[in-house]
Write a protein that binds this ligand. Structure first.
Ligand SMILES: [Zn+2]
Length: 304
């Protein structure tokens, strides 16, 4: 059995997967905000309860909204700021008396979809979360790629490529720069662009519906989003040349993207043809917690 933990800012979710990837158990509790010790205890208590109720022991993987610094062994870049500067993997290992694998939550999303999701069987997978922010991860042969800085795949704070005059310098980003991909391609970035143009608020799905119904302003804004995503992903394809790109997060629900973006990215990719597949996620919002469990391969876990 493998137990995945998605340690978010507001809730802690767990999933227990059996040998064949079948779901044995799922549960969720609130995150003790701003209290590191209580957060460690809550994760340990949840895992212990799952194992007691199932009568099984498992391997534990944890996804966090941040990353582990290879230099210091401490969490960094977490928007759940009370985790930053803490040796979370070691503290969880001590609390659970076993090794615990820790990964960025976007990496967990990519691992999940590469393992038994929309990109199953693909060698090189780029998983992108287009949600409140823009996160991404690279998975090769089922394993997430780390690096000395713990940020492999984080392309949301690269600048939007080939900007038009009205895209320069671009919206201010919380990272301190302007025109980051995230400021255009996140859900809030998409909505803010439409608001700037029209003074109106429209959720992504409503905007896509309006565009389909013939609203020229909505269609224009959606077209801009498609082209910006095509430009952003063209950079990824030029560098990594992944077999599959999987989209996640709220914006991944826009079905139009899966035809429209590949129809545009050819003009930006340095190749006579582009065979990269762009696909929606198979596991949706569950991919983060499933990917945490998949940080352990089935053969590494005790049988369920
Ligand atoms: Zn930024």
């Amino acid at each position: 059995m493998r137990i995945g933990v998605d340690l978010g800012g507001t809730k802690i979710e767990t999933i227990a997967l059996g040998t064949d990837g079948q779901v044995l158990d799922r549960r969720r509790v609130g995150t003790p905000r701003d209290d590191y010790r209580a957060t460690v205890r809550a994760v340990a208590a949840l895992v212990t309860a799952v194992e007691r109720d199932l009568g099984l022991a498992g391997r534990v993987g944890v996804g966090i909204p941040g990353t582990l610094s290879r230099a210091t062994g401490l969490v960094k870049n977490a928007n759940s700021t009370w985790l930053n500067g803490r040796p979370l993997d070691r503290d969880l290992s001590a609390a659970l008396d076993r090794p615990v694998r820790l990964q960025n939550d976007a990496n967990c999303f990519a691992v999940s979809e590469a393992s038994d999701g929309a990109a199953a069987g693909a060698a090189v997978v780029f998983g992108v979360i287009l949600g409140t922010g823009v996160g991404a991860g690279i998975v090769i042969d089922g394993r997430p790629i780390d690096g000395p800085n713990g940020i492999a795949g984080e392309w949301g704070h690269n600048p939007l490529p080939w900007p038009a005059d009205d895209e320069r310098p671009g919206p201010a980003c919380y990272c301190g720069l302007h025109g980051c991909i995230e400021t255009f391609l996140s859900g809030p970035g998409f909505a803010a662009g439409y608001r700037r143009e029209t003074g109106r608020d429209l959720a992504p799905r409503e905007l896509a519906a309006a565009a389909a119904a013939g609203d020229a302003t909505a269609a224009g804004h959606l077209g801009s989003y498609v082209d910006r995503l095509a430009r952003g992903l063209a950079h990824v394809i030029n560098i990594l040349d992944p077999d599959v790109i999987v989209l996640g997060g709220g914006m991944s629900n826009l079905e139009v993207l899966y035809q429209a973006v590949p129809a545009r990215w050819g003009r930006y990719v340095f190749s006579d043809r582009v065979d990269t597949r762009l696909v929606p996620p198979r596991h949706g919002d569950s991919s983060g917690v499933r990917g945490a469990a998949w940080l352990w391969r089935p053969e590494e876990a005790p049988p369920a």
